[in-house]
Write a protein that binds this ligand. Structure first.
Ligand SMILES: *Cc1c(COP(=O)(O)O)cnc(C)c1O
Length: 392
């Protein structure tokens, strides 16, 4: 990087969120002036003499310029020291565990963790010798009690959680983790860095499934880690290269393209979610609405403190039990029946039979009359009319 480029990126790193989203991590190409980073579809790089690397690139598992641009952008958005892009959210999570834990270590995870995260700890990390204890994110005393002093290396937090949208206090849990010599990891997939920046509240690592709001268009699977602290960054950098579950250049390009509009998309997701919540709360065919923006939500006060707004995810329980919940999911025409979340299009799903079917009969089981919405950025009147029709 030239001095001028460094000065410019340093100015951008102190700018507002949307300015960082659009400019951080990449400077127009000095030879062509290309404003957008090209998709560097190359595995290797010509060396000027043995070991003479132009621009520091040697082999694309280790580093690739399109991925570097995405990583620089993510680091700026989360206000972290460095970011690392992976092939999926779960690849990022596994790399983090291997960067920070050894067989015999222990991790505290949310008792309503994302299903894939739970499976990773239960079936993969456990077989490697890393044990876990589930604890509710909204109960600090129970998280503290789950910590095994000297053995617990990570306290893993999701906030809001999926699909019950429980809220954990990032600042308080960072203190609890640090008192025990553990790191606080926050899966920030649901909030996105636009609504919440865990590293500024004391967290050590942010995890993302960039598949969701970061990418934002349901057209790419990816993951990321953003870390605070030089030593931790070095550990993760080593393991990213040693394990190799990296984001490819085309995926990195799409994710970076999505991030540029994160702020405007999230504001519209929130506007639409608020109007959908207003409609559902007043409707007699709905039993209860779960949204951290509601004053009666048990995590509302903490969410107000640590989030800019309350996000695009809404869950509700219908009157009439499971049968009616399934019928609602199958009757919508604008909301698409499907898993995943965070794209511009609205999605509806029945957690009990779909995303959370694997936890039936366990402590993680969700109510049978629960419906989850990922509220998209369509015309909100169409979304409300669709739900009105589907409720029958
Ligand atoms: C989807 C998701 C993941 C896993 O990410 P993939 O990109 O699907 O591997 C992790 N955490 C949360 C909260 C998610 O929603």
């Amino acid at each position: 990087m030239s001095e001028q480029t460094q000065d410019h990126q340093s100015l951008i790193s102190k700018a507002g969120f949307e300015t960082r989203a659009i400019h951080a991590g990449y400077e127009p190409d000095p030879t062509t002036g290309a404003v957008i980073p090209p998709i560097f579809a190359t595995s290797t790089y010509k060396q000027d003499g043995v070991g003479g690397l132009r621009g520091g690139y040697e082999y694309s598992r280790s580093a690739n310029p399109t991925r570097t641009a995405l990583e620089g952008n993510l680091a700026a958005l989360e206000e972290g020291e460095r970011a690392f892009a992976f092939a999926s959210g779960l690849a990022a999570e596994d790399t983090l565990v291997r960067s920070t834990c050894r067989p015999g270590d222990h991790v505290v995870i949310p008792d309503d963790a994302y299903g894939g995260t739970y499976r990773l700890f239960d079936k993969v990390e456990r077989a490697w010798g890393v044990e876990h204890t589930p604890a509710p994110v909204s109960d600090i005393d129970r998280v503290r009690a789950a910590i095994r002093p000297g053995q617990t290396k990570l306290v893993w937090l999701e906030t809001p959680t999926n699909p019950l949208l429980n809220i954990g206090d990032i600042e308080a849990l960072a203190s609890v983790a640090h008192e025990a010599g553990a790191l606080l990891v926050v899966d920030n997939t649901f909030a996105s860095p636009y609504l919440q920046q865990p590293l500024t509240l004391g967290a050590d690592v942010v995890v993302h499934s960039t598949t969701k709001y970061a990418g934002g268009h349901s057209d790419v699977v990816g993951g990321a880690l953003v870390v605070r602290g030089h030593d931790l960054a070095e550990q993760v950098a080593f393991h990213q290269n040693a394990i190799g579950a990296v984001a490819g250049p085309f995926d990195a390009f799409l994710t970076l393209r999505g991030l540029k509009t994160l702020g405007v998309r999230m504001d519209r997701h929130c506007d639409n979610a608020e109007k959908v919540v207003e409609f559902l709360t007043e409707d007699r065919r709905v039993d209860s609405v779960i949204y951290p923006g509601l004053i009666e939500h048990p995590g509302h006060r903490i969410a107000s403190r640590q989030m800019k707004r309350y996000g695009g995810m809404v869950s509700f329980r219908v009157s009439g039990g499971e049968e009616q919940a399934l019928a609602v999911c199958e009757r919508t025409e604008v909301f698409t029946l499907g898993e995943s979340l965070g794209g511009v299009e609205s999605l509806i799903e029945h957690p009990g039979r779909m995303t959370h079917a694997s936890v039936a009969g366990t402590a993680l089981e969700v109510p049978a009359d629960l419906v989850r919405l990922s509220v998209g950025i369509e015309t909100v009147e169409d979304l409300v009319a669709d739900l009105d029709r589907a409720l029958g």
